[in-house]
Design a protein around this ligand. Structure first.
Ligand code: CMC
Length: 441
């Protein structure tokens, strides 16, 4: 049986045979279906890309029904247990796990790039004392493009590799400085004797001690959280990085676009919203009442639901276990009881079952971050540190793919046509105009 799809256009009776490749049809083939010579042809309509593959990729595999997540073919469970963030970042970016010599070189290369230019510190100091650290991260990563003009040479493999090392190296430094700025604390220089995550903790939390010694349980747990956030195929921020990067802009600008996308409450900002929600629920006794509110659609149950996972989010399962390791050190976060009760009630309730809404990565990571002492505003920043390797891998894959061109979706235009300009004095009265412009922002 041929791997094709036969489509008959009932408007004209014309039939076309379209190839099926990798479980998809090229929607460009629909352009052959025209009703007349001046018709541009049939388009696919898929708002928010719910059933449209925008690229071929070899980075991350997800089976949302079965709750499978793999980076380059390796299950997330094994990477979370056995790997570390820098090794996983190598895997995500380069496609294979490194041997010992390559790992040592990679680690050294990233570590060499943990420092930032002194002007970056001045730049960060210019933000208001209460600036959201995600806004600081977004602005500062974008500003890095002005520090490294060589990054504009995006077609050059060596340049791409250098910017990749710089970005993975500098993200924790900028994130830590954003945090220190909000506290009014002096910035702490990177300690290159520590691990990637140990150094991050040192830049965040070192005070008067001569040398910061990270707690190994916290260091390992945070590192695992970075592994879990490494990549997640074509999510909102990866799509932003690819779309912006497709203009051949430098990777700092493209990654800044990813950070901007991640900032939103439906994406990386959800973990922040989870804590606010759990705090507003307050106690286990209030959970049932709140669930009723979520069901009425008055509010969303933050940290629940996923566009792709429809049974469970494998990252959520790992993080839930990790939470208890962290609580051994930090003491139990009282919000965990509210979260557990919320999960228990929601997972028995028809509303959530019918819509396949389960805890996602943000539900329990938020509680861990809070137990570790991070202010809520830092949660999406932590997500961004882990996701940087994924954004860079997606960006490089897009650039190397000969089928990719500048991202440019089509639209179905439904607006007015062919109107003649009316002089301002002759336009309708303001009350009528309000109706006319009510659809606009
Ligand atoms: N609480 C209550 N109802 C929900 C929720 C929720 N968290 N999520 C979806 N629904 C309902 C929604 O109202 C709709 O119901 P109906 O069919 O009656 O209109 C149905 O479920 C389908 O929802 P949808 O908005 O069409 O689903 P989506 O695939 O577009 O959205 C989502 C996915 C993650 C944006 C959404 O589930 C959500 O807003 N969750 C809360 C925010 C959150 O936790 N985001 C983190 C996502 S995971 C990490 C990341 O990507 O950054």
């Amino acid at each position: 049986m041929a791997d094709t799809l036969t489509i008959t256009d009932n408007r004209t009776g014309k039939t076309v045979e379209v190839p099926i490749e990798n479980g998809a049809i090229p929607t460009k083939a629909l352009l052959q279906l025209k009703t007349s010579d001046d018709d541009i042809g049939l388009r696919g309509y898929d708002p928010s890309f719910t059933n449209t593959a925008a690229c071929k990729s070899r980075i991350t595999f997800i089976d949302g029904e079965k709750g499978i997540l793999q980076y380059r073919g390796y299950p997330i469970e094994q990477l979370a247990e056995k790997s570390n963030y820098l090794e996983t970042a190598y895997l995500i970016v380069k496609g294979e796990l490194p041997d010992a010599a390559h790992f040592t070189r990679w680690e050294r290369n990233i570590t060499m790039h943990t420092m930032v230019h002194e002007n970056i510190k001045t730049f960060i100091s210019g933000f208001r004392y209460d600036a959201h650290p995600m806004g600081i991260l977004l602005g500062t990563v974008g500003a890095l493009s002005t520090f490294y003009p060589d990054a504009h040479d995006v077609e050059n493999l060596e340049s791409r590799r250098l910017q990749t090392r710089r970005l993975i190296g500098k993200l924790p430094t900028i994130a830590a400085y954003a945090y220190r700025h909000s506290r009014g604390y002096p910035y702490v220089s990177p300690d290159n004797e520590l691990s990637y995550t140990g150094n991050f903790l040192s830049m965040l939390f070192q005070m008067r001690e001569r040398r910061y010694v990270p707690n190994p349980v916290i260091e390992r747990a945070l590192d695992t959280l970075f592994v879990l956030h490494g990549d997640h195929e074509q999510n909102c921020s990866a799509n932003a990085v690819r779309a912006v990067g497709s203009s051949l802009v430098d990777p700092y600008s493209a990654v800044a676009a990813g950070i901007a996308a991640l900032y939103g409450p439906l994406h990386g900002g959800a973990n922040e919203a989870v804590v606010r929600m759990l705090e507003s629920i307050g106690s286990v006794q209030n959970v049932a009442k709140s669930v009723a509110r979520f069901k009425k659609g008055e509010e969303r149950l933050m940290g629940f639901g996923h566009r792709v996972y429809k049974n469970f989010d494998p990252r959520g399962t790992i993080i839930k276990k990790l939470a208890y390791d962290v609580f051994e050190v930090t003491g139990k976060n009282p919000l965990i009881d509210v979260a557990l009760e919320l999960e228990r009630i929601a997972l028995q309730d028809d509303y959530f079952l019918k819509r396949k809404l389960y805890p996602n990565v943000d539900f329990y990571s938020a509680i861990i971050y809070q137990a570790m002492g991070f202010p809520m505003k830092m949660f999406p920043v932590l997500f961004a540190i882990g996701r940087t390797s994924g954004w860079l891998a997606q960006w490089a894959e897009m650039l190397r793919d000969p089928e990719q061109r500048i991202a440019r979706p089509r639209q179905l235009y439904l607006g007015e046509m062919d109107r003649d300009y009316v002089d301002i004095a002759q336009r309708p009265a303001p009350t009528d105009r309000e109706d006319m412009v009510s659809d606009s922002i």
